[in-house]
Design a binder for this molecule. Structure first.
Ligand code: 5AD
Ligand code: SF4
Length: 441
């Protein structure tokens, strides 16, 4: 009998990368490969990379370096580096890491299967980094990580060109999948037992923009809400400049669209926002938060914030703190500005020293943590619907998420639960990052 062919996937970066990795897994499965956890023993290794910040790149470069020894031990192994860093560094990466066989840019996810077959025939290194617009429709079958939650990309690329961000250069121009193609994928996943879905895009609010319909995304939410079997529907990421009231109304009206809003504001100072090319002011952003709270009073709002953008003064930074105090986010992803060469901000003067950036990050996190805890404390005594994610690292304790994505832990007390099962948990303890309670049914 022929030996079972195996693959290992090493994924970095955002949810879009996770989703692409699930597509690679699907294509490998079609070719008869089976997943294994230890990449040292695999016949095909894919490293799916991210380059949004320098820290990510350094970590990934170390991992690609490790694969040199794997190639020496097994010269037949196929090493593929995919994703944003592959796109950005192209040939330079191949030269630096001669153990890499296939370098797959972000536009070639759909083509992986064929390109792997080509490589196996010719054993000639492949470099695929063209960013010309390619079809956004999805065909095939993803092998998903979770048995109940599915990532559904609805659009690819980004046209925003925020001055700090590398994404538009490595993911190309925006293109949207058709409604039919998205609905078909969700229906198929429902058939396989999936009940929770996250619609993905770098800027979901510009979904379908090429059709001229500013409300295309709101309509898509309403359409997906109607699909039989969809229990929870999330989406990310929104751009505060592009989020129209119709989206907020769709969240308000649709039973299955969860009441959480991820609205990255990045910085509080209008001057910094202008130089970031964000297209809104602090005042406009806070108005948007008010509109969300007006329509969806129980909304959980989260955000992304960058500290230490070039030229950010102490006064500018205090504007950021002011937004945090006023918006009262449930949680925030906070980042130190990382210089990405090729972006306009990398060439700006007055880069902020690292110690100042670190000090601002610490102050920002301390403030946000206080607010997160206060928000969570208000939930003590409430009963929340949790979708079970599995056992936590504490024996006899399971964890899951509320509709709005808050982590909840509860003791099983001898009961058995299934992954994806809905459990009502009465909250008795609030912490900065999570809630604890007891299952009541
Ligand atoms: N430096 C730091 N953070 C960045 N982000 C994007 N580019 C950079 C950068 N150059 C952050 C933004 C974005 C999140 C995904 O990553 O906050 O919303
Ligand atoms: Fe990283 Fe951005 Fe690429 Fe996602 S799109 S993998 S965050 S660089």
């Amino acid at each position: 009998m022929e030996k079972q062919k195996t693959y290992a996937l090493i994924n970095y970066g955002c949810q879009m990368n996770e989703s692409d990795t699930e597509h690679y897994a699907g294509q490998l499965k079609e070719l008869g490969y089976e997943a294994i956890a230890d990449f040292h023993d695999a016949d095909v290794i894919i490293v799916n990379t991210c380059c949004v910040r320098e820290s990510a790149e350094k970590k990934i470069a170390g991992k690609i370096g490790e694969l040199k020894a794997v190639k020496v031990k097994n010269p037949d192994v196929v090493i593929c580096v995919a994703g944003c860093m592959a796109q950005k560094d192209g040939e330079k990466l191949l030269k630096k890491h001669p153990q890499v066989d296939i370098l797959l840019g972000t536009s070639y996810v759909n083509d992986f299967k064929q390109l792997l077959l080509d490589f196996l025939q010719t054993r000639k290194k492949g470099l695929y980094t063209s960013l010309e617009i390619r079809d956004a429709e999805f065909e095939g079958h993803r092998v998903r990580q979770s048995p109940f939650h599915a990532w559904i990309p609805i659009m690819y690329g980004c046209n925003n060109f925020c001055t700090y961000c590398i994404v538009p250069y490595v993911r190309g121009r925006e293109r949207s999948r058709s409604v039919e193609n998205i609905v078909e994928e969700i229906k198929q996943a429902v058939k396989e037992g999936y009940k929770e879905f996250t619609l993905l895009g770098q800027n979901v609010d510009s979904y379908g923009k090429q059709t001229g319909d500013k409300e295309a995304f709101a309509k898509l939410l309403r359409t997906c809400n109607e699909i039989e079997g969809v229990e929870r529907l999330h989406y990310m990421t929104s751009h505060p400049r592009d989020m129209v009231e119709a989206v907020i109304e769709a969240v308000r009206d649709c039973e299955h669209v969860c009441e959480s809003f991820h609205l990255p504001f990045q910085a509080g100072s209008n001057e910094i926002l202008r130089r970031m090319n964000r297209g809104y002011t602090k005042e406009k952003y806070l108005e948007l938060i008010e509109t969300v709270r007006k329509h969806v009073p129980n909304a959980v709002i989260t955000t992304d914030i960058i500290v230490g953008f070039p030229g950010e003064t102490e006064e500018d930074f205090e504007e950021t703190l002011d937004v945090v105090k006023k918006a009262r986010f449930d949680s925030a992803y906070t980042f130190i500005y990382s210089k990405r060469s090729g972006t306009p901000a990398a060439r700006m003067e007055n880069q902020v020293p690292l110690d100042v950036k670190k000090d601002r990050l610490n102050r920002l996190m301390a403030l946000q943590n206080e607010i997160s805890l206060a928000n969570h404390e208000k939930m003590v005594g409430d009963t929340v619907e949790v979708m079970a994610d599995g056992p936590s690292k504490h024996p006899g304790v399971w964890n899951g998420r509320t509709r709005t994505g808050i982590l909840v832990l509860w003791p099983t007390e001898g009961k058995t639960y299934e992954l994806g099962q809905k459990v009502n948990v009465k909250i008795d303890t609030a912490q900065t990052w999570l809630l604890k309670g007891k299952a009541i049914d």
